[in-house]
Design a protein around this ligand. Structure first.
Ligand code: SAM
Length: 473
């Protein structure tokens, strides 16, 4: 039987339950009365079970699909407003001893240039990122116990937090590194990481074993139970995701939601974020060699159905997606995006080197952060560089409580606007500035609570007059 409380991967990601869910979804995909009742439940904004959400994902009725999309957008606005949080990945090292068949870092790839940043190189990368305006990073690395040790990560995190260049500072360091031990997770927590991110790649055990034939990552259970160990080690914000294109998307979708249900059942708090990576071409990887690729419509539908299932969870789309797809999913529940990203090791500081092939995958959105910020505002989204929740200790269930209370509008909204003001003053082009300043005024006027509004105006004036910057964001 499916047991979300169990700490064993094969029980909380139960293959039989996923197959039964898919059969149930197939049997009910045209059951419009059931679909209406699921949509009604989704409208209460308290989430859906993996079975209910799987029925919506299987449904292809155009009218119901429109309802799903509208509701996804409504839920995103209810909990996250029109804010979109911005971040950038920072690739520390592409040394790797795993055999993942879809990733160019795999051990047998002898053509990729192997690189690991030294602390000096990290400083240069971080200064380049700060000079773009970034405040939030996601550290990325392959798995290699000799090159990429826990000590290396801990030293790198300290280096990053210590760099204060002009008005720049990295205020939240998230980390996407291989599954590890409870003790190592505890050390990462002590080093004050934000979210620990680990993609499951695929929840389908047999496929997982074929796609990860060698190396430590080949242990399905160890990988799948990583978030349990992370939470045991005290990390309360974890980020999950699957790499779409590896296995059948409906199986992955059910697995992803079961994983979220498990974390909620076992630890009282679901995943802080869910990411939506799709397989991309890379040094020696051709996505066409994989038969489970999904088209843009399916991708959009997955995003929207996840939003209905987990209303409070942050949802992330990276520069693996191009501008148009990003535009679409920003209206279907996405709350965080990367901007101005480089996936090569050392790519922010180094001049664009045509011979460099250290990248993890090809980017589809190559615009600068400034272009991304302007584009977001043109579409009515507020680009946010805020990291207050993390700095104020509002992580894990405390963040979820804030989100569930709806108070995010009086708290996150002003913080986002103030960080945008900082960005405009420090880094924006004249065009972006001209778009942003009136938007900030307009948005502050809309803050519902009068006290929160007055405080936001006071802080805005202080930033503009250079009277102080640290307003707990
Ligand atoms: N080494 C870490 C681990 O074991 O999970 C992960 C970090 S890796 C730098 C980040 C993610 O990139 C992987 O989890 C995978 O989902 C994704 N990735 C790998 N190859 C990719 C490709 N060809 N296209 C798109 N994403 C890819």
């Amino acid at each position: 039987m499916y047991d979300a409380h169990s700490k064993h991967a094969e029980e909380f990601i139960n293959n039989e339950e996923i197959l039964a869910t898919l059969a149930y979804a197939d049997a009910n995909k045209d059951n419009l009365a059931l679909i209406d009742s699921i949509l009604e439940k989704a409208g209460k904004m308290k989430g859906l079970t993996h079975r209910e959400a799987s029925v919506l994902l299987a449904c292809s009725d155009p009218e119901k699909l429109q309802k799903i999309y509208q509701l996804a957008n409504k839920i995103k606005h209810e909990f996250y407003g029109n804010r979109i949080v911005l971040f950038a990945p920072l690739y520390l090292s592409n040394y790797c001893i795993n055999g993942c068949t879809y990733c160019p870092y795999h051990l047998k790839n002898k053509t990729i240039q192997r690189k690991q940043l030294t602390q000096e190189e990290i400083k240069r990368e971080v200064i380049a990122l700060q000079d773009m305006g970034h405040k939030r990073l996601a550290l990325e690395a392959g798995e290699d116990p000799i090159h990429n040790t826990m000590d290396y990560y801990l030293e790198s995190i300290k280096t990053i937090y210590d760099i204060k260049h002009k008005n720049g500072a990295i205020r939240r360091v998230n980390i996407n590194i291989a599954a590890t031990t409870v003790d190592n997770y505890r050390s990462l927590k002590e080093a004050e990481i934000g979210t620990y991110i680990l993609f499951q790649e695929t929840y389908h055990k047999e496929s997982y074993q074929q796609l990860h034939p060698t190396g430590p990552k080949s242990d399905y259970n160890y990988h799948t139970e990583a978030m349990d160990r992370a939470m045991e080690g005290g990390i309360d914000d974890v980020g999950i995701g699957v790499l779409f294109g590896l296995d059948k998307y409906r199986y992955e979708f059910a697995g992803l939601l079961m994983h979220a249900e498990h974390l909620e059942a076992a630890f009282g708090v679901g995943p802080h974020t869910i990411s939506f990576p799709r397989l991309k071409s890379a040094d020696d990887i051709n996505p066409e060699d994989f038969s489970n690729g999904i088209d843009d419509d399916t991708f959009a539908k997955i995003v929207a159905c996840v939003r209905l299932a987990v209303p409070y969870t942050g949802m992330i789309v990276s520069t693996r997606e191009g501008q148009l797809v990003r535009e679409r999913v920003l209206n279907l529940g996405i709350s965080q995006i990367s901007g101005g990203s480089r996936t090569s090791v050392g790519g922010y500081y180094e001049e664009e080197d045509p011979k460099d092939n250290s990248a993890q995958f090809d980017l589809s959105d190559t615009r600068s952060l400034d272009d991304v910020v302007a584009w977001l505002m043109e579409m009515g989204h507020i680009p946010s560089f805020c990291t207050a929740c993390y700095r104020e200790g509002r992580t894990g269930d405390r963040f979820m409580a804030l989100c569930k209370s709806g108070q995010i509008q009086n708290c996150c909204h002003p913080n986002a606007l103030l960080t945008l003001q900082e960005y405009l003053m420090d880094y924006a082009s004249p065009k972006t500035k001209a778009l942003g300043e009136p938007m900030i005024q307009k948005e502050i006027a809309k803050i519902p609570n009068e006290k929160a509004k007055a405080l936001a105006l006071k802080n805005l004036t202080a930033i503009k007059n250079n009277e102080g910057r640290d307003f707990r964001f």
